[in-house]
Design a binder for this molecule. Structure first.
Ligand code: PRX
Length: 635
């Protein structure tokens, strides 16, 4: 039996038991046998959730890029590491071998060094899904710089917030990006953002769309000539296992985005191990995850997890609808993709367009299908199973978070029998608990509660950049001695988990995690707005969409409401990005509040969802009359 590669249900249970009975022995063996360390650890794990402090493989030395690149050169140097599939199907795909990847990452790393970047410096990466994105991530890791990738759909002000929060010294971007039939002026967005970020000393610019852009003398540098001149080898910086590898921002229910900090050693071990098992990756497979590297899914399961296993990973620059709705399936056919990992929102959007876009493509290479990011509804699950996997490729519904670094609850394909809408069983080493509102663990099956994790796992985020107290308050204060996920879940009669959704003010829209507070802040900046509240409501394609209740100042009340709606969405686009736009905006004269002045979002959520049969007791509200007004005006 191999602990590293689980193939049967019996094996899963055996390995699972081992992993929770004696986690340290278990993870030590995985780490020792499957990775390259410059020095072994002094201690496998120390932890205290009250501080909270978690350390895995303390004292160990490594560089993750040696694990993701160098060690493969000897065994699979000419194997393709990355397949780059461009936005335009007429442009040739690129195949980058492990040997070439080594060369490209080393050159890039030397450019970073030449521009004054060293161990521990923060580098913000704002790039489209082009090879330079994966390469720059790895180049940072090579020299021990901490990368902070910002999804290139975020606006200049969202970018500026993230650059400033981690005090980045450098930004890496491109002249622009392709997105379906459109181009986006990325460099212009960076220029706007940097008006407000004094700490950035240099900007590296990759050429992608060959547009005319502004280059600021002394600050901005074209990447290509620098890479050409750079030396092709770069000695890796030797890192402590607990040194930060990257920061990735995620929305909170309140306040600024949280810069989740991930470690070098534990993150590597867990993402590699989950990748191998959750996708049952075998040597000649072609794995494709459609996420953007700007999200955690891309970090863990386009870059680090696959490359640590010597896999071939596909990077797709475009969108599922361009040039038509068959694009995903055309790519699967073209590259003979074996594992395909996407979001329920993409499945729903494609299902709506009909099976004719699927039928003319050969999908017989597919062995495993995955979903991530939000609950998958039964209809979408069956569409995926019937039309894409042809009922032969198991669907892994993987539940996890930016904070968890890797997949936490998931079937293991060919081992765990799947069940639509269920993420099924905890992955090896993961100890979930369902809690009631009094803080007690709910034991047994056929129960539901708030989902917590009782014991540390190697890839958990270690802190929030610059704000450890917030890390403690958000994740370790709701339930004693447990990590609180913010999700609700139920456990069925055989112990399978189904995630029921967020229990806080985060809304998952098209698989993107959006905090309501920053959106409200953006709306409230409109001169005609006095107050606002955002909630999610069910949406056929996006899973959830955003509904805004807005109170206008007297000056705004006479204004044309449609124009105001447009202006509000424009503000949100500028402050956060188009993903946070509201589907519906209702103007109202009041918002339901408790006597202490807190907005009762539960009521607003029910009204927006057309679920008003049981609104609960509204008589204790400060202003019960507004509930009727809101119900009468619902859109
Ligand atoms: O609510 C859960 C939902 O997405 C949240 C995490 O979002 P983010 O940090 O952006 O990471 C997404 C990709 C890992 C979770 O708290 N979520 C994620 N996967 C699932 C899910 N909800 C239901 N089922 C899933 N498989």
């Amino acid at each position: 039996m191999s602990n590293y590669h689980i193939k049967h249900l019996e094996e899963y249970y055996q390995v699972y038991r081992k992993s929770v009975r004696n986690p340290e022995v278990f993870w030590e063996e995985i780490a020792e046998e499957h990775f390259m360390w410059r020095k072994k650890w002094d201690n496998v794990l120390s932890w205290d959730f009250t501080k909270p402090e978690v350390k895995w493989f303390e004292g160990a030395k490594l560089n993750i890029t040696e694990n993701c690149i160098d060690r493969h050169i000897y065994t699979r140097g000419d194997k393709t590491a990355i397949i780059f599939e461009p936005n335009n199907p007429d442009e040739d795909a690129q195949h980058i071998t492990y040997r070439q990847l080594h060369d490209k990452v080393c050159r890039f790393a030397n450019v970073l060094k030449e521009k004054g970047i060293g161990k521990g410096d923060r580098v913000c990466i704002y790039l489209p899904m082009i090879p330079e994105l994966a390469i720059s991530v790895l180049a940072c890791a090579r020299i021990g710089a901490i990368h902070s990738v910002v999804f290139a759909g975020f606006s200049s002000s969202a970018l500026a917030t993230r650059v400033k929060d981690c005090d980045a010294k450098m930004v890496i971007t491109s002249d622009g990006s392709y997105r379906g039939s459109k181009t986006i002026d990325l460099k212009g967005i960076v220029d706007d953002a940097l008006n407000d970020c004094e700490g950035v000393e240099s900007v590296l610019v990759a050429k992608r769309i060959h547009s005319e852009i502004n280059m600021k003398e002394g600050r901005d540098h074209w990447l290509e000539p620098l890479l050409e001149e750079a030396y092709h080898d770069c000695v890796p910086e030797i890192m402590d296992a607990e040194d930060p590898l990257f920061i990735l921002y995620t929305s909170g229910s309140t306040g600024q985005p949280k810069g989740m900090v991930h470690s070098s050693g534990g993150y590597m071990v867990y993402t590699a191990y989950t990748f191998k098992n959750v996708f049952q990756y075998r040597e000649n497979d072609i794995y494709w995850c459609t996420a953007d590297i700007g999200w955690i899914t891309g970090h863990s399961y386009i870059v680090y997890g696959p490359l640590a296993n010597g896999a071939t990973t596909v990077m797709f620059e475009g969108v599922p609808s361009y040039p038509d709705y068959g694009r995903f399936w055309q790519i699967v056919e073209k590259h003979k993709v074996t594992q395909f990992y996407t979001a329920p929102t993409a499945i729903r959007a494609l299902a709506k367009e009909g099976v004719e876009h699927v039928e003319n493509h050969d999908l017989s290479s597919l062995k495993v299908l995955g979903t991530v990011g939000e609950p998958i509804n039964e209809e979408a699950w069956h569409w995926y199973d019937d039309n894409i996997g042809k009922r032969k490729a198991p669907i892994v519904d993987t539940w996890w978070q930016t904070e968890t670094g890797g997949i936490m609850i998931t079937p293991i394909p060919f081992a765990t029998p799947t069940k639509p809408t269920y993420a099924t069983l905890p992955f090896i080493g993961i100890q979930p608990a369902l809690m009631d509102e009094q803080g007690q663990e709910i034991k047994g099956n056929q129960v539901d509660g708030r989902l917590c994790i009782k014991f540390p796992w190697p890839s958990m985020a270690r802190t929030i950049w610059g704000n450890h107290q917030r890390y403690k308050d958000t994740y370790f204060s709701a339930f004693e001695n447990k990590y609180f996920t913010g999700d609700g879940a139920l456990r069925d009669e055989v112990g399978y988990y189904r995630i029921t959704g967020r229990v806080d003010d985060v809304v998952i829209v098209s698989g993107h995690n959006l905090g309501t507070a920053p959106i409200e802040d953006a709306i409230n900046e409109h001169p005609a707005v006095s107050e606002s509240a955002i909630v999610g409501f069910p949406h056929d394609i996006k899973g959830n969409a955003l509904y805004g209740y807005v109170i206008l100042k007297e000056t705004g009340e006479s204004r044309n409401h449609d124009n105001l709606r447009k202006e509000i969405n424009q503000l949100i686009t500028e402050q956060i990005g188009p993903i946070a736009k509201l589907d519906k905006i209702q103007f109202t004269s009041g918002l339901p509040k408790t006597r202490s002045g807190k907005i009762m979002r539960r009521i607003l959520r029910k009204i927006a969802s057309n679920d008003t049969a049981n609104l609960g007791d509204t008589s204790t509200l400060l202003n019960p009359d507004c509930v009727k007004e809101i119900m009468d005006g619902v859109l």
